[in-house]
Design a protein around this ligand. Sequence first.
Ligand code: AHR
Length: 483
Amino acid sequence: MTIKLLTNKKGPQISKYIYGQFSEHLGRGIYGGIYVGENSDIPNVNGMRSDVVNALKEIHVPVLRWPGGLFADTYHWQQGIGPKDKRKKIVNTNWGSVTEDNSFGTHEYFELLKQLGADAYINANIGSGTVQEMSEWIEYMTMPGESPMSNLRHENGQDQPWKVKFFGIGNESWGGGGNMRPEYYSDIYRQYQTFLPQYNPQEPIYKVACGPNEDDYNWTDVVMKNAAPFLDGISLHYYTLPTGDWNHSKGSATNFTKDLWYSTMNKAQFMDRLITKHSEIMDNYDPNKKVDLIVDEWGTWYDVENGTNPGFLYQQNTIRDVLAAAITLNIFHKHADRVHMANIAQMVNVLQAMILTKDDHMLKTPTYYLFDMYQKHMDANLVEIEGVLPDHITYTASQKDGQLTISLGNYDISNNQELDFEFASEFTKIVEAAIITGKEIDSHNTFDHPSEVTLQPFNEAKFENSQLHVKVPAKSVVSITLK
Ligand code: AHR
């Protein structure tokens, strides 16, 4: 059967912020993985490892969420500014009870953003911090004129205010962020956001409320009912666990059965239902879709690698992760009218990471290559299709700058898929075609073999009688750009 792409219609824009990242003070997510300090033997610029920053620049990280996660609700920003040898050492009670020396703080975060060319998404502490503390942090970061906090910023070497694009008020406030009920949280949210000063009314800070855990639809309903006029976005957290079991084994990242491959895919698909239902509830209070859904934690979550600190959430990453991420990103694209930002957890060395490091070595994970491949969809307009794609195929089609990109994931382990496409407007030439695949269901990159799963040229897409014929191999994602 031929699938028709309705290229003559302009669909909603896929926000580039869907490709957002998340870095928490967790394990080697920041320390060692990104920030090694100015005096490290590992090549760095102002403490940020050059190998990692250079790799991330290639995928154009649009936004980076920081400092947590659960860590955010224990974080007191004033401990992370000023001379490093005077910064207070604390215990990271959420993640392995390790000592946190606060050497990566607000200034270092903005230095990292500058090197990456990314926007800021900061998560405030409302679990154990005060309204004043939050308000002063905003003053410290964004007040252009003279004030107690901007003077302090000057003293610490930063004259110009920074730009805070997104600001989260609470993280998982229904759980580790305070164990609040939605009624209580709504009021806390309303209170904190009242004291979020907007020093640059031309570019107001975008406010994100803590949203539901997975399918807690009541949370969305209560927060939207009580706080919708005060917020720009509401978050959603959902992780893909192959076994679905948080308490015992989540499953291994590399050593898994075919059944666990398929259950991972099914669980990734659940994101569609979650967004659909939460969005329907939001529609009741916000029919014009002024409030966005912000999926600021998502990704696969497995048992940690053998011999690593259980509190560090370090896991490997395989071709299975590529397919699970392709399913998820395609769902975000499909809901582009509601999903404005998403932040995969987490950028380096934690959960479904882009980059893994070991001392001075680093590797790009299979998921990194998917983010590289999918850059073509950033800020592009979604293209609708007519026709039904076979089971086990996940897809996105989008247009930007006169080019059409079709991305197709085949998560069948054994069977290739042959597909034919026709177009409502004229496309005749393949500009670029790439594939990510693996020999085995758990093919992955290691420090000894860092290029087992990468982006490769794809030769199985051809024009025949003005139709595009594509053969999508089993367990692969292909992306074809046409003009
Ligand atoms: O990403 C790891 C953790 O998962 C975050 O700190 C928390 O928000 C979530 O439970």
